[in-house]
Design a binder for this molecule. Structure first.
Ligand code: GLA
Length: 383
């Protein structure tokens, strides 16, 4: 992580005021992909890559936002903006606008941002930024929210202000994560169950270096395709507003009325919900073999039925299969690139990471980034 002392003095030098600093972690999803917006189940964990947001008040009503990663500062002379400007500041400004819309009086402020969550890698750099900003701005406004409600507000910032049609998973885990745990989230009522990640298991995150984006065309297309299948089922059986409510039997019964693509997308989503709940059971029972099997099946389904993978991610998963220590591997996050998550025996993790990196580079000609991570706690203030 960035040295908070350096970050603090950077903010002080730039803005002439002492900041309060807040942290929002990125996340990795162990299983449960494209199920959150269908009100189903996901099982993510926060990771030890995060975004820092430093905030100090201003008296002139202006909002200044500086990103050390972008090397850019933007000043909004008239404070909170009503609309996006297709700029990276849309994320922090979106959160600020949503909070203002909730009735909070938000004075002018200086916000500085720094992050080590790799961008466009499926590790939720956007949610980390939204969540760190939300804590910072709320502190300034003298307000706070329970975690699940705050996650919804940050999701709204992304849906309504930024214009990316994401679900609730990323914001939820960034806020509500617990160290050394994965969290099984019911995306319908936001109830959750914590599942400890055993000490002998490492989270090895392998970045294919193929850029992923939720705002891009493929994510919303897949979402539409799966929702079209749901509409067919709903036309026959009441009480299926989301694929969460559908069964594999429904799919077999009315699948012939769906576009073949929609049928396959729904097959992934419905079966992924079942796998995700089963994976949490396996993790809680310490049944690593079953967890690995479910992850393998989830990757197959994500790649072949949902068509959410890419050649590089498929290669990264395939190349991991016979490496010593592997428990399970699959593509994580929104898809079409980004990272794979590998659950690996801790004692083998370093060697595993090295061997996987070498194999991937040989196979694809791309130098990957491979990180041995651990499950971190949720967003908080840095003292
Ligand atoms: C992105 C979105 C999430 C979720 C995943 C896919 O990370 O932000 O809401 O839909 O993709 O599981």
């Amino acid at each position: 992580m960035h040295d908070p002392k350096v970050f603090r003095s950077m903010h002080k030098e730039r803005f002439g005021a002492e900041p309060k600093i807040f942290v929002g972690p990125g996340r990795v999803n162990l299983i449960g992909e494209h199920t959150d917006y269908a009100e189903g189940f996901v099982m993510p964990a926060a990771i030890n890559f995060s975004t820092l947001a430093g905030i100090s008040p201003r008296t002139d009503g202006k909002i200044a936002i500086y990103s050390e990663n972008q090397g850019e500062e933007r000043v909004f002379d008239d404070g909170v903006q009503a609309k996006r400007s297709q700029h990276w500041t849309d994320y922090p400004m979106g959160v600020t606008a949503i909070l203002a819309g909730e009735g909070h009086k938000i004075p002018g402020f200086n916000l500085s941002i720094w992050s080590d969550v790799p961008l466009s890698s499926g590790l939720s750099s956007s949610a980390a930024l939204e969540v760190a900003t939300a804590l910072a701005v709320l502190d300034l406004a003298g307000a706070s929210y329970p975690g699940p409600k705050l996650a919804r507000l940050c999701q709204r910032a992304e849906n309504e202000f930024v214009g990316a049609n994401c679900g609730i998973m990323d914001q939820f885990i960034s806020i509500n994560a617990q160290k050394d745990h994965a969290l099984l989230l019911d995306c319908r009522d936001l109830s959750f169950k914590l599942a400890p990640i055993p000490e002998h298991v490492a989270l090895v995150i392998a970045n294919t270096m193929v850029k992923h984006s939720v705002a891009g065309g493929d994510y919303p297309t897949r979402r539409r395709e799966s929702e079209a299948a749901c509409a067919v089922i709903a036309s026959h059986r009441a009480g299926v507003p989301f694929l969460r409510d559908a069964t594999l039997e429904d799919l077999e019964k009315w699948g012939s009325e769906m576009e073949p693509k929609s049928y396959l997308r729904a097959k992934h989503v419905i079966s992924e919900d079942l796998r995700t709940v089963a994976a949490c059971e396996a993790l809680l029972k310490g049944n690593m073999k079953e967890l690995g099997r479910l992850m393998a099946e989830a990757h197959r389904s994500y790649s072949q039925d949902f068509d959410g993978s890419c050649a590089e991610a498929d290669a990264m998963v395939a190349l991991a299969q016979d490496l010593p220590g592997l428990i399970g591997a699959r593509l994580t996050g929104g898809g079409f690139g980004g990272c794979t998550i590998n659950l690996v025996e801790q004692t083998e993790a370093a060697k595993f990471a090295e061997a996987l990196g070498k194999r991937y580079a040989e196979k694809t000609g791309i130098a990957p980034q491979i990180h041995v991570c651990h499950a971190s706690g949720g967003a908080h203030r840095l003292e």
